[in-house]
Design a protein around this ligand. Structure first.
Ligand SMILES: Cc1cc2nc3c(=O)[nH]c(=O)nc-3n(C[C@H](O)[C@H](O)[C@H](O)COP(=O)(O)OP(=O)(O)OC[C@H]3O[C@@H](n4cnc5c(N)ncnc54)[C@H](O)[C@@H]3O)c2cc1C
Length: 372
């Protein structure tokens, strides 16, 4: 908007759409970083595309990275993008990579001032009004804690004593100690006022251990964060859930909410069969009640050869292809490493059998992810 107001033309595209831009003089990249320093899905092909599409004319570029310093690989993909662009002929880095921590408007504005000064353009950004998607803090009471002696995961059932009305797939933000940053946990809503969170206990983790030591009837103050891109899709007739470990948490709630008994297939990966005991009752009841169509597991350490959820996608490809073709939805929750493998499998199916890039379905919100 600001460029248009200054009488300049601009073209806005996803990083995966990088091509020969005949008239490009200035390139601005704004990118997040995903997982352990990887590209976001919409930028996965960018580095390759930069190499494949040299520009005939000279251009300058500037890279802005969005991220959070709470992660060790803060803005790593922004730095990789900068390096890749520096390597190509005709390009000039206008400035070093600029980083923006935790959506800081001030940092972004600083970048904008420096950039616009170099461009000789008067650009003034207006501070956006704060839109909070979080509801006010609520009080929860621990009504049940289930854990397995041989496993490091546990399930907390929380009764919502006041306030917010979460939906399965929303996140619970917990601040484990004063001055600490928040930690997020995926919510499964199992009935009107009971939430379920599945937590993996980290050996020296502050919040996971804080939650673990909570006793029956003890209270917890936490904030529900709206995560609307990960709610159960009402329109989808056929849905596949894919999870590893604690990633099953939000799905336990979504299955409960399936009163229309739509087709839902759940794929779950864990190291051993024993891990399933934590969720057994929920899954078996849902199967009996017809709220869950089937439940397929991949236990990586149960047999001599390693089986992971992504292997099941290959095996059951007919189902996955049908879900994609018929506007169904695939939801993925759990580890980032699993997400990467699953997306790769889906990408292969999609291009081989449907002649489409997976981004086609992602753009239609048929693939939803919440991985950590
Ligand atoms: C969108 C989202 C959804 C999530 N959903 C879930 C969920 O449903 N379930 C779930 O279990 N988690 C979930 N997480 C992860 C969760 O938010 C926390 O990151 C996780 O519980 C670890 O927090 P912590 O405070 O226990 O560990 P932290 O204190 O933050 O420590 C992080 C890591 O560092 C290690 N560490 C800490 N101190 C030391 C030390 N002194 N020496 C060596 N190592 C150390 C810990 O062992 C741990 O592995 C989610 C995250 C996101 C972003």
């Amino acid at each position: 908007k600001q460029l248009l107001l200054s009488g300049k033309k601009s073209h806005l595209a996803l990083m995966n759409q990088y091509a020969h831009f005949k008239k490009m003089e200035h390139l601005v990249i704004i990118t997040a970083t995903y997982g352990q320093g990887e590209a976001p899905a919409s930028a996965e092909k960018f580095i390759q595309l930069v190499k494949k599409n040299p520009q005939k004319q000279a251009f300058d570029f500037s890279v802005v990275g969005f991220g959070s310093t709470a992660y060790p690989n803060f803005c790593q993909f922004a730095y990789e993008t900068h390096e890749a662009l520096k390597e190509v002929n005709n390009s000039t880095a206008l400035q070093e990579v600029f980083t923006v921590n935790d959506q800081s408007f001030e940092s972004f504005n600083n970048w904008c001032s420096v950039w616009s000064e170099k461009m000789g353009l008067p650009i003034h950004l207006e501070k956006p009004k704060l839109v909070t998607t979080s509801k006010p803090a609520s009080t929860f009471k621990v009504i049940h804690k289930a854990e397995l002696p041989e496993d490091d995961t546990f399930l907390l059932s929380l009764k919502n004593l006041n306030g917010s009305k979460p939906v399965s797939g929303d996140l619970l933000s917990v601040v484990p100690a004063k001055g600490e940053r928040e930690r997020l946990y995926s919510i499964g809503k199992v009935n009107t006022d009971t939430l379920l969170i599945s937590i993996r206990r980290h050996e020296k983790g502050l919040c996971s251990n804080y939650l673990h030591q909570l006793e029956h009837n003890e209270k917890l103050t936490a904030t529900v964060v709206n995560n609307r891109n990960f709610h159960f899709p009402k329109y989808s007739k056929k849905t596949v859930f894919i999870a590893t470990g604690t990633g099953i948490g939000p799905f336990l709630g979504m299955i409960q909410e399936n009163i229309k008994r739509k087709e839902i297939h759940l794929y779950w990966g864990a190291r051993t069969k024993d891990a399933f005991n934590l969720y057994k009752d929920y899954i078996e009841t849902a199967l009996q009640e017809g709220k869950l169509t089937d439940f397929k597991t991949a236990y990586s350490r149960q047999q001599s050869e390693k089986i992971y959820v992504q292997h099941l996608i290959q095996r059951d490809k007919e189902l996955f292809l049908e879900v994609l073709k018929k506007k169904g939805c695939i939801m993925i929750c759990g580890s980032i490493a699993m997400q990467k493998e699953v997306l790769q499998e889906l990408q292969q199916l999609s291009s081989k059998y449907l002649g489409k890039d997976l981004s086609y379905y992602q753009n239609r919100r048929q693939i939803k992810m919440d991985c950590y």
